[in-house]
Design a binder for this molecule. Sequence first.
Ligand code: PMP
Length: 441
Amino acid sequence: MTQESDHGRMPATQGSRIDAYVDRYAARATGMVASEIRALFSVASRPEVVSLAGGMPYVTALPLDVVGELVSDLVAKRGPVALQYGSGQGDPHLREQICEVMRLEGIESGPDDVVVTVGSQQALDLITRIFIDPGDVVLAEGPSYVGALGTFSAYQAKVVHIAMDDEGIIPESLAQTIYALQTAGSRIKFLYTVPTFQNPAGVTLSVARRRQVLEICQRAGILIIEDNPYGLLGFDGDPMRALRADNADGVVYLGSFSKTLAPGFRVGWALAPHAIREKLVLAMESAVLSHSSFTQLAVGQYLATQPWREQIKTFRELYRERRDALLDALEAVMPAGCTWTRPRGGFFVWMTLPEGLDSKAILPRAVSERVAFVPGTGFFTDGGGARHMRLSYCYPEPDRIREGVRRLARVIEQEMRLRDTFGTSSAPDHGGVDTPGPDLA
Ligand code: PMP
């Protein structure tokens, strides 16, 4: 029920109907849609369900007592600064420390070009806000990080996916897509890529392809947004050289302490060419005035006083053991016809189901069998991904991972029998970007 007011139709029962304001939202709000799988995940978070869905880092592996002392010391000794507003660009000392972290991936940079953000998610938001007008094109891997797709969709970008394989983006596909779009007069604003231990595919752009991707984008005048939260979490060898290490002018690099320390601090950053960096600071100020001084100083203090490289090694070993548990279990029990990627770092495995199976249709049955995953369609904006699912190994203990895979294999076998009997497993609707809850990202 509604009643008229001077300003047009006013809902009589504001707040009681979730669509009471629907005709007043800005056009961009239509791009902000919650995933229908969210409801299922509230069930999936029950303790009896093995969740291979969430991307939550295993923060329990941190020396929590040490972090606790550090935080309490910070308030006691530097409270007036830690509890005060800070600068829009971020704490200068932390920005120097960030440059030191990035040196591990071959990046030479100065603190003046770094902007500290509320996780790298905010850096993504600010970059998109600066560059995207409705209808502009963003190139992104297919599949791509769901949190980035949600941001692009909120700013009404048109995402065009670039095909990838086990070595990351396929350069020929990138070049052809750019050519076709530019010939058709589309405005491509940037390529968004997670080149190392990609979320969700778990694959890494090879060294040879890194060179090709940089060259193609440089020739076509396309900016690259390199999102690299997992780069230091490799299971063998030294960290990969970042794209940004070989092109300071054409790449905006996004980093984060969410996976190498803890996401609860919400400290990430952008390293950008100078002109973009200035815009980023202005966008940052308009969004939040300044980042939390408190968490920035806490992270700075952690880096200055704790063996953070050793801690990253601890994380790497822990995640490697879990990756092995997942891959071995998949090998042991998955029915023929299922294939999957073999990540050399990061959190995720991307599984492809046999023909005729649909991961979104399977999810409710999997949850009732007490195992959860993220269906592949959330990682595409074009309806792709139906035969895929993301399996994460970062959070559950190895035994739970093995149990989860056994349960999942049983569900998939059952689906295959259904397909063989009835011709298909049930086909759900695949519209829109599934905006995830943070634990799914
Ligand atoms: N980029 C990618 C590829 C991610 O996987 C995530 C988190 N899952 C983020 C960005 C955002 O991370 P944060 O904001 O915690 O730094």
